[in-house]
Design a protein around this ligand. Structure first.
Ligand code: SF4
Length: 649
């Protein structure tokens, strides 16, 4: 609204003419932080009295004028249902001494605007406002008003607009998305799923009483909907759930989880839990703990209860002592930590699809993204990968973040098998990894002069490669080349012959096969693959200079290919040369001093910063050499200078 009226954004409150705080009242902690943050602007207001400070959102609605008593430097407060009045409020406020209060509306008018989104990969899209559920501990129905669903046309328009602007993922937002337009949420998901350009859909929050089989069915069948459901349990005690007015029993919740896992077996399920709700006994708490152990949520937000007037539970005695709340909170945090770690470790060694979102904030050299189960993954890579879906192998884990490496698929081309081909048994066997059956079926078909013999020879050769029967694979692939030189499968067969040699460790012959491919099909899409595999072969043979050249060629000449990502990673890993390390320092100045001394003596010295649990280290390295013998020679010269040396790798 303000951007449309000519305002511009700034990152710094010191430069701003208007500072708006959007507040949340769901938890006491959030309110305390908001008050403290708004309080810090008192000095700014004294320095620049013309700066307008506004408090928007649920806290404005919950506390009304009382907020101004605590924060007298605030110029206006505005409830969620009044937010469309902000431009007029700003106009009115100029020159006025009295603060303005706009909290009279109960429900927000229809949301017509396309929300402002910063440039990025992933965006939130509000699909509904307010809530009718009146869970006894929750303030939302009082501050956000009745549940209102946005018209689906408006939502789809916003999502299309996001797709046109390069966004790849949307998260549909609402207090209870499952009651969108009555029971229209699945239909909305289906429509969003059809929007070209959007690759992933998430949604939050689902109320367990409304999440049903139709939703689980849609999560299974709609290709873009991620395998992640946030399903707030709140408590595992029947008595407490009743008092909370949640509308389900622990048993019903468990049944829903079982049903969801039946439909979407690899679905991550996350939750919210409240400990210390009025009347929660040790027995009730144990019930929650047991249910968490049984369900094994992928992650959980655990909160200590605090009364939120006028929510109904605020009339109950807050009778669980603070210390008991603390203890219960800690017990569940520890339990969840164990379960989350166990579940995250299940990804290790497996491939997972990651949407790359950005550079990693903590380590700009790395990229960060999330897999469908909403687990963060960091990996090496180039900026061009941001916004792309990438297959990643989970190689390690740090905290709750997976450390990924790009997947080298030797059989990428199987994706090119035509869709009608998928109908045949042989293709099904191959795609499902049943290579022995694929071989049997191929041989059976070839004995009766089939129509698509070229394709069958190709799948036979690929399957034999997969089974490690490289010679036999080669025989069939060469037959294909001889009998069907003009077939679409001929180039693929040439690559597959190279792959067979590569997999059996015969890098010389593999290189020749890839070179033959490049000579025959220089302009084909597969040339990037052939060059990349040539690089791998030459790297394995220790011809690192040549390997570097091939990787650079792939990166430069085929920038949009998957192999360009892999090549960039190989080049960034510095695995393509020998070097001699002559020192590792915790103080950068010491590393610089040694590096300068060596450079003055004409050594090719450089510093590499590395992190360890004890802090940063600065390693001084000399030389980038293709041959180990040369590195050994260099190490001897450096030892003669009195330096301790080690040859890497
Ligand atoms: S469903 Fe319950 S907890 Fe969620 S917003 Fe509505 S009242 Fe609050």
């Amino acid at each position: 609204m303000l951007l449309e009226r000519g305002h511009i954004l700034t990152d710094s409150p010191d430069e701003a003419d208007v500072v708006l705080f959007n507040t949340c009242s769901v938890r006491k902690h959030a309110e305390d932080r908001a008050i403290s943050n708004i309080g810090t602007l008192k000095r700014l207001k004294e320095k620049r009295p013309e700066t307008i400070i506004g408090v928007v959102g649920c806290m404005a609605k919950a506390y009304k004028e009382k907020l101004l008593e605590k924060l007298p430097h605030v110029d206006f407060i505005c409830g969620p249902a009044n937010i469309y009045e902000i431009p007029e409020i700003l106009e009115k406020i100029n020159g006025r001494r009295q603060p303005l209060v706009a909290v009279d509306k109960e429900n927000r008018p229809e949301i017509k605007n396309i929300a402002y989104h910063k440039k990025g990969v992933s965006a939130f899209v509000t699909i509904m406002e307010g809530c009718d559920n009146f869970c006894s501990y929750c303030i939302v129905p009082y501050v956000r008003g009745k549940e209102i669903s946005r018209p689906s046309e408006e939502i789809l328009k916003e999502v299309k607009c996001l797709a046109e602007n390069g966004y790849k993922e949307v998260t549909l937002l609402g207090q209870n998305v499952n009651s969108y337009n009555g029971n229209g949420f699945v239909s909305l998901l289906d429509k969003v799923n059809k929007i070209v350009g959007i690759e992933r859909i998430r949604f939050i929050t689902s109320h367990p009483k409304d999440a049903d089989e139709a939703l689980f069915n849609a999560m299974r069948d709609l290709s873009k909907v991620c395998e992640h459901l946030h399903l707030p349990l709140q408590s595992g005690s029947d008595k407490i759930l009743k008092s909370m007015n949640r509308g389900y029993t622990p048993n019903e919740f468990l049944k829903k989880v079982d049903l969801l896992r039946k439909y979407v077996s690899d679905c991550a399920i996350t939750t919210d839990i409240i400990v210390g709700y009025p009347g929660e006994t040790g027995h009730d708490f144990e019930a929650t703990k047991e249910l968490m152990e049984k369900i094994e949520f992928d992650s959980a937000f655990i909160f200590k209860y605090s009364p939120r007037p006028p929510a109904r539970s605020s009339e109950l005695k807050d009778d669980v002592p603070k210390q008991v709340k603390e203890e219960r909170n800690q017990i569940l945090l520890d339990l969840q930590e164990r379960i989350s770690s166990k579940k995250e470790r299940e990804f290790l060694g497996c491939e997972t699809e990651v949407l790359i979102e950005d550079r990693c904030r903590k380590d700009k050299g790395k990229l960060i993204g999330r897999n469908k189960q909403n687990i963060k993954v960091v990996l090496n890579g180039e900026d061009e990968m941001i916004g792309k879906l990438t297959r990643v192998e989970a190689k390690g884990i740090r905290g709750h973040t997976l450390i990924g490496g790009l997947v080298l698929s030797l059989f990428l081309f199987c994706a090119q098998l035509s869709s009608e081909a998928i109908a045949a048994n042989i293709d099904k066997y191959f795609v499902n990894g049943e290579y022995e059956n694929a071989v049997l079926e191929a041989r059976r078909l070839l004995s009766s002069e089939p129509k698509e013999a070229d394709k069958i020879y190709y799948i036979l050769g690929m399957s034999l490669n997969k089974l490690g029967k490289y010679e036999s694979a080669r025989g069939n692939l060469q037959l294909l080349l001889k009998m069907y030189p003009r077939s679409d499968y001929a180039p693929l067969a040439q690559l597959a012959i190279g792959d067979g040699y590569y997999l059996s460790g015969d890098y010389r012959n593999a290189s020749e096969s890839y070179e033959r491919y490049i000579a025959k099909y220089p302009k084909s899409e597969g040339a990037a693959i052939a060059y990349f595999r040539l690089a791998k072969c030459t790297q394995r043979e220790g011809r690192w200079q040549t390997a570097r050249n091939y990787y650079q060629k792939v990166k430069r000449e085929y920038p949009l290919s998957f192999e360009a990502q892999l090549a960039a990673q190989a080049l960034s890993e510095e695995i393509l040369y020998f070097t001699v390390q002559v020192g590792s320092f915790s103080k950068k100045a010491n590393a610089l001093k040694l590096c300068d001394e060596l450079t003055k003596k004409d050594y090719d010295a450089s510093i590499l910063k590395s992190k360890s649990s004890r802090g940063d280290f600065y390693k001084v390295r000399v030389g980038r050499l293709d041959r180990r013998e040369d590195a050994e020679e260099l190490a001897k010269r450096l030892q003669a200078e009195g330096l301790p040396t080690s040859i890497l790798p």
